[in-house]
Ligand binder design. Sequence first.
Ligand code: 2HG
Ligand code: ZN
Length: 448
Amino acid sequence: MNCIESTDAMVGGDLVPESRSVSPAVGLIGDLGEAVGPDQVLTEPDLKAGYVRDWTGRWIGNAAAVVRPGSVEEVQRVVRICQEAGAPLVPQGGNTGLVGGSIPHRGEVLVSLRRLDRLGPVDHGTRSVIAGAGVTLGRLQAHAREEDLAYAVDLASRDSATVAGTIATNAGGAYVVSRGDTRRQVLGLEVVLADGSLVSSLETLPKVSTGPDVIQTMIGSEGTLGVITSARLRLSTPSESELMVVLVGMDTLTDGLRLMGPGLRAIEFFDRACLEAVIEHRGLARPIPGDFLFYVLVETTGNLALDESSSAVVDRSLWVYRESITETINGLGVPLKLDVAVPLDRIDGFAAVVRALDTSGEVFLYGHLAEGNFHVNVVGSPDPDRASEEILGLVVSMGGAIASEHGIGVAKTDRWRRTTDPGSIELARRVKEALDPNRILNPGVFWG
Ligand code: 2HG
Ligand code: ZN
C-alpha cells in the first residue's frame, strides 16, 4: 500500500510505534508543560483536532500532545525532553501540507511552530529579511511589499502556509519558472537539532564560501533532520513593467509551452474538468468562449504572439480560476492528490494516459506547466491506493519525478525508497543517522 492512511483504530487512540512508548505519560506532559507553560501543551482531543488532521480530511492521526513553543529556547527544551524520553516528534507549520508529512500518525508529540512568528526589518543591504518559522507567506509578502520588494514564492494557501513549512518541503508555486523554488530564496537558517542544540547561519553576508553549507540539507528534509525555527530569506525587486495575465484555451499542453518567451513570470494550466468545477463552485462566468481540453494561464511582462484564431482573454483577475481549484475539489470529496512531474516532451502523453485510466473517480489535472508539473487529483475513486500506484508507476516509467513540489511525506515514502537510486538513499540514510540517530524527528517520513 502506497498511501499510508490512518485507520479508525488510530484516530482518538494512542497508537505508537512498537519500539517506543509514547503514551501521554504524566512525566512527559508535565515536563513539556514546564518547558513551554502548561497552557501551550494541548492534550484534549478537541483542542488537538485541528493539528492532527489535514484540511483535506485525507490524513487523520493522533498526537500524545500538541506543544506550542513561543521561542527558540522553548523549541530546544521541547526537543531535549522528547529526546530524553525517546518520544518521537512531528514539527508542523500552517498544516497546509498535502502528503501527510506534518501529521502525527502514531501518537508522536506534535510541535506547532506557529507562535514563532517574529518578522524582522527588511535589510536593504543584503535585500533580505529574517522571518520566524511560523510567519505566513502572506504576511511575509505584505512586509516585503511595504518596502517595495517582493518575496518570490507564492501559493494559493499563502495566508496559512508558513516559512518553515515551505522550506521543509522546498515549496514551489506559480513563480518557479521565473524566480526559482524556495531553496533559491534561503540565504540562511536557524535550526534546532535532534539533541536540542542550535545551529544558525542567519547572519549571512551577501556571499560566503567558507566550506560546505551543511545546514542547507534542511531544505526539503521535511522535518526529519532538524526543526527549522527561523530563516533569512532573499527578497526580490518587483517587476516595473506592466504585467499582463492571459488565459488561452487549447487542446494540447505542448501548444501551451509555445507561450513561453521573454518576460514570462508564470505559466500554469488546468483542464476542462477543473474549469467547469470552479465555475460552478465559485459561481463565476466562463472566462473565454469555446470549449477546450486545457486552459493555460500566462503572466508576463512581454508580448504574447497569439494568432487571431486563438481563444484568449487578458485580465489580471483571471488568477481566481487557477487559485480556486484546490478549494473547489476539496468541496467535492476527499481527494487523492498526486504531485508529479514528467519530462516536457511527455506532458501530453502523460495527460492522455491518466485520463484514460480506470480510476472510477473524477480526474482533475492542473499544475505548473514549465516544470512539467501535474497536480493529479482524483475524487471518488473506490480504490485510491491502486490509482496512486498506477499513476506513480506511469510517472516513473516516463522518467518523471514522483514528487515535484509537495514533498514525499508519508504518502510517498514507500515509493521514494523503491524508486530513488540506491546511492542517494544510502547517503540520505547516513545523514539521518548522523543527525538523528534515535530517529525521533518525524519518524514516519522517508524512513517509515
Ligand atoms: C497548487 O499548485 C498547489 O495549486 C496545490 O500546489 C495542488 O491541491 C493540489 O493538488
Ligand atoms: Zn502547485
